[in-house]
Structure formats: structure tokens, C-alpha cells
Design a binder for this molecule. Sequence first.
Ligand SMILES: *Cc1c(COP(=O)(O)O)cnc(C)c1O
Length: 363
Amino acid sequence: MQKVHYPRVTVDLKKLRNNIEQMVKRAGEKGIEVAGVIKGCTGLPLCAKEFAEGGCAYIASSRLEQIRDAKEAGIKTPMMLIRVPMLSEVDEAVELTEYSLNSEIEVLKALDRAAGRQGKVHKVILMVDLGDLREGFWEDEELMEAALMVENDLQNLELAGVGTNLGCYGSVAATPEKLSELVDKAEMIEAEIGRKLDIISGGATSSIPRILEDNMPERINMLRLGEGIILAKDLKDLYGYDMSYMYQDAFTLEAEVIEVKVKASHPIGEIMFDAFGKKQEYEDIGMRKKALLAIGKVDYAFPDDIFPRDEGVRILGASSDHTILDIEEAKRDIKVGDIMQFDLCYATIVYVTNSANVDIVYV
Ligand SMILES: *Cc1c(COP(=O)(O)O)cnc(C)c1O
């Protein structure tokens, strides 16, 4: 007898593969290579394999552990570290990846020394901060200094290109104008080094609209894509694009019902703080049929970011290990022992695939 353990997340690899191939194809038609960003599903090696086999030119993650796992799973696609390397990880970065994104001269020098020790040439993409205020060179002067240093002095590094990141911290849109600024920076560097750069990496999922609207600046030739492949939920729900060729349900969270009772909707007693020390508001809508699930914030962090597939079910709240549902208007008769399914978003996919308590099942 197969032992089934809940909660669990089921990953439909065929749906994931469809999403990867659809996006790789659409990008390819515009001359854009895809770095498949696997951190959104915690770098699960079976998912990473789909990214590689689905046509991504690079496998990318912010976490070297995930890249190590991908390599150990036999993936031969060039690897890219997309968080600027910690000084403490430059040796591993050179060992495990062919490419890294960079924004500090000191780190570039350390990468060069690490590559020298390992007898390798490591390729770097210099990040430019165009106003989103996360990583990247801010001053043109420093960007140019770094570019010239990599090009002329750091013999174990190769200047592969430039990149930017938008819409992560500062919520800045990847407009054609913004991305043209990146091309301008690339051409500024090219004028000084006297050759073309191979890569102009125009951002993440927030740059996919430029592909869909066919207004990507000419020379942008690479995007680093996670959410827009794994889920494409933001493109559909936030940006309003028709994403009907992408599955939003490649990942399914399943949890088991451990209690079903009719209870009050407003707590009875003096209202103090919840399990996380927060003051909460409770609406009084009378007696309601409720269900309790054996899963909680420890597993998915954000109760508002898991979405019941059962019609008429509402998530009321959660503590560490419990989720409380209003099932008064549920379309089906929910009983103790039932399994309930939930859609996820980017954040909750990251959490559930990271939780030691949640099994991962592939279909
Ligand atoms: C996470 C990340 C990406 C991918 O972001 P998505 O929005 O999931 O496509 C791309 N580039 C960098 C630098 C990242 O950290």
C-alpha cells in the first residue's frame, strides 16, 4: 500500500513543460534567449530538468545550493547565479556556474582570483540599476570602470554583457524607454571596449509584456524568467494579458480536513492578540459551518495567497499549523478526512516547496 502524506504539493511536470516551451518559443521569435529561473520552485531538480529540456539557454537561480542540485541531477545547460555573489561564495560560484550577475568591483576581483585558482574563465554580466533600487551600478562612471577592468585587467573573467532588474523592489515598469536606457549603457561600454557585448539581459517576468506587445528594444537578447513561466499569474491577473496558453495550475496544494463544525463567526471573549502577536478584526456574520485544515502559516506563510479550488469556500485565517475555512456556502459536502485543493501564487509556491512538512509529488 502506498502511503500518502498530507499536506502535499503536486507538480504537473507536463503543464510546467508546456509553460516553459510556450515562453521560450515566444521569446525566441523576438531573438530573445531565456534564462530559466528555478528559484520560484525552490530549484526542485525535476522542475529544473524541464526548464533545461524545454529550451532555456541558461538555468538560473539566486541560490547556489539549487544550482548544485541541478548539476547533480545531470543538467548540462550553462548555469547562472542571478543574485550578486557574496564574497564568501565566490569559489563556489565559479565552481558551479558559468555566469554571474555583478555590481561590485571588489566582488569582480574576488571572482577573478577564484577563477584563476580553478583554472577557469568565468563570465560576468554587469547589472545596471535603472531606478528600481535593488542591485546594480548606479553611476555610469563606476559601471564603466568595472567594465574596463573586467575587459582589460581581470584575465580570468569575461565581460559577457549587461543586465538590469525592474519591478522587484521599486515596482518600476519595464517600458520600452526603460529598456532602451539599458541598451544605451551597453553601447556606451561597447564604444569604449571596441567590441559588441554578447548579452543584454532585459529583466525578468515584468519584461514579458515587451515580447507580448512586440515592442522590445532591438538589442535586448535575453530575459531571466521565473514567475511568468511557472505560473504566468501576474501577467494574467495584474497586467490583464490573455495567458490562456499557459497553465496557472501546474502546482496544486493539498491539505486534509481535521474538523468540521458549526461555530460562531466572531470570537467569544475578550479579544487580545492572535498566534503571531497581531491585533485582528473579526466580522460577526452569525453561526457558520467551518472546516479546519492540517496546514498553516509555517507551510505557506500567507493565508490570503492560497486559493481554494472548491467553489463557495473562503479562507478565514490561519495559525502556525491550522487553516480555518468558512464552508457554509461550499458547493460540495466537506467532511473530516477530505482532501482540499488550492491554487498557489509565486510566494506560496516558494514556501510550500521549501517546507519540510509538505510532501512533493510529481504527476
Ligand atoms: C528572481 C529573479 C529573476 C526572475 O524573476 P521573475 O519575476 O520570477 O521572472 C530574474 N532576475 C533576477 C536578478 C532575479 O533575482
